[in-house]
Design a protein around this ligand. Structure first.
Ligand code: HEM
Length: 531
């Protein structure tokens, strides 16, 4: 409670300072760019004299209001041996406590305020580690040239590292990681989506019909934050295990997720998460062995198991049953909250944008409905691929309501990057939220405009998924292999929703979000459908 209050206080202080100092977008970016171009970008404490010199206005050279001496930053600069180095503008502080708490309280706002103040590259602290956050096209391009050599493992918190297990891809590099990713392609690529589509279509229709049945009155209410999470968890269990396990394993998955984000190994959440992981893995391993022993691996519901039964590691050794079971648990964990967050955000955005909602409905009717038979379920990848506008809604939802940051990488030795010095030990992160809000990439960036992502348009070509300006699943070696699955789930959900509730819906209050581990609608937030 106390730390939340501190975070809020820090956030509002910075917001006031930002309002005083900088305008949104162009001017601040230009000023930062000018500082860089003129080589006058300064470290927060002048290396030679120890004087505070932060944030000299790029155009005039006048000192600005942020010049007030910052003791925490001065101590941190000395302790980290950064005197004389030319780091990007920004503040790390002594231990990064203030920045970390502010980030945890409102991560999207945290990045937005700093971009307004410093431009598209700044230093800060993330999870108590000094970090350089960037997002211009040029910086991203330069980063990709060396990103493959950077360890991802060291940037992860200790609790996460242990619970993510030795089989977790986020901890791997090199040939071991490449072999692991080759298997992702088989369970998350095109053939996999083709295989999952009928189950996604069927379960989503049941889910939406259930919501519609709840109330015969004027309106029926829906809590997307809670209900999409529960739905996505069931569905992803079914896609990857071939069935939905009993409730205690769903609770175990939530406890496992809690453990991954716990503050320390001493915490009750970590201990509960560890036990939950053991329970889940034993359960999946026993189930997988049963399927294999009964010769059922070729049944369509066991597509995922089948692929992993043939998976090999970097030495061409087949995966052990234990590894297959752990991978399966990690995949459900890695996907359910992310997919649910996107479903919820897209639902809220469509509720607020009638034109977009009607366009999704028209597209669904064109693909799936006819006068004689009514509207069939979406059941094939071809159906999904032909719903380009609905796909664009999912992509634009990821842009206007980003749910995750980019991946974190630790810089192992001092380097020059984007003309700045980056000391060893700094986290480097290409943050998708920076290009997402850049006018140059997305004109009128605050507006929700799915048309931007309809294939064929100039913006769509420029911002293709995984481009240097649109990378909602991070970039480089650990780039998310599951965005397409989340998008497919969201497309089908939206299509069913607009068709079940053609008069639309609205929030009972303004949307509320939980910020950590990812940005997702609060479980209590309610919308009501209009009949
Ligand atoms: C819209 C939804 C999603 C978003 C925004 C998202 C975002 C991310 C991000 C930011 C990363 C880290 C990249 C990095 O460290 O560079 C990641 C990694 C990963 N994601 Fe997703 N994700 C989503 C959905 C999914 C789904 C549905 C799956 C399915 C299983 C999935 C599986 C993974 C895996 C396995 C990794 C680790 C890849 C590796 O280490 O090589 N994600 N995701």
């Amino acid at each position: 409670m106390a730390s939340r209050a501190t975070a809020r206080a820090a956030a509002s202080h910075d917001a006031r300072a930002a309002t005083r100092r900088a305008r949104v977008g162009g001017a601040a970016r230009e000023s930062a760019a000018r500082r860089r171009a003129s080589g006058r970008a300064t470290s927060d404490v002048d290396g030679a004299s120890g004087r505070a010199t932060s944030d000299v206005d790029g155009a005039s050279g006048r000192a600005t209001s942020a010049d007030a001496f910052d003791l925490g930053q001065a101590i941190g600069t000395l302790a980290r041996g950064e005197r004389g180095a030319t780091l990007p503008p920004g503040r790390v502080g002594a231990l990064g406590v203030r920045e970390t708490l502010e980030y945890l309280a409102d991560s999207n706002g945290f990045v937005r305020r700093r971009v307004e103040r410093y431009g598209p590259i700044f230093k800060t602290a993330l999870f108590f580690k000094p970090a350089i956050v960037f997002g211009s096209r040029e910086a991203v391009r330069e980063f990709l040239k060396f990103e493959g050599e950077l360890p991802a493992d060291e940037a992860l918190p200790e609790t996460f590292r242990e619970l993510h297990t030795e089989y977790g891809a986020l901890r791997m590099t090199g040939s071991r990681h490449a072999a692991t990713r080759a298997n992702f392609g088989k369970v998350l690529g095109r053939a996999a989506l083709e295989s999952y589509a009928p189950a996604i279509g069927e379960r989503t229709r049941e889910f939406v019909e259930d919501v519609a049945r709840r109330s015969g009155k004027e309106t029926s209410s829906f809590r997307p934050g809670a209900e999409c999470v529960d739905f996505a968890l069931d569905l992803l269990f079914e896609l990857f295990l071939g069935h939905v396990p009993e409730a205690k394993y769903k609770d175990a998955m939530k406890a496992y997720n809690g453990g991954l984000l716990s503050l320390g190994k001493w915490s009750s959440e970590f201990k509960a998460g560890k036990l939950a992981l053991e329970d889940l893995t034993s359960y999946v391993e026993a189930h997988y062995r049963g399927v294999k022993a009964r010769g059922e691996l070729d049944r369509p519901e066991y597509f995922f198991y089948k692929q992993y039964s043939q998976a090999v590691d970097e030495f061409d050794e087949v995966f052990s049953d234990d590894r297959i079971a752990t991978t399966c648990v990690l995949m459900v964990w890695g996907s359910y909250i992310e997919a649910a967050a996107l479903m919820g955000h897209a639902c809220v955005l469509l509720g607020e944008h009638d034109d977009a909602r009607r366009a999704v409905l028209r597209e669904f009717e064109r693909v799936c409905c006819d006068d004689e038979n009514g509207c069939r379920r979406i059941g094939t990848l071809a159906d999904i691929m032909s719903m380009q506008y609905t796909s664009a809604v999912a992509k634009e939802s990821l842009r206007v309501m980003p749910q995750t940051a980019g991946g974190l990488r630790v810089n192992p030795s001092p380097r020059k990057f984007a003309s700045f010095d980056v000391p060893a030990g700094y986290v480097l992160t290409a943050d998708p939220r920076i290009p997402f809000r850049d006018e140059a990439n997305f004109p009128d960036p605050d507006a929700f405009k799915p048309e931007r992502f309809v294939p064929g348009t100039h913006e769509a070509k420029q911002n293709d998924v995984s481009s240097e300006t649109y990378y909602p699943g991070g970039m480089g070696q650990h780039q998310c292999p599951g965005i397409s699955l989340a998008t497919v789930m969201t497309q089908i959900f939206l299509a069913e929703l607009v068709s079940a509730f053609p008069n639309g819906w609205r929030g009972k209050t303004a949307p509320k979000y939980v910020q950590v581990p990812i940005v997702i609608l609060d479980r209590e937030y309610e919308i009501e459908f209009l009949r």
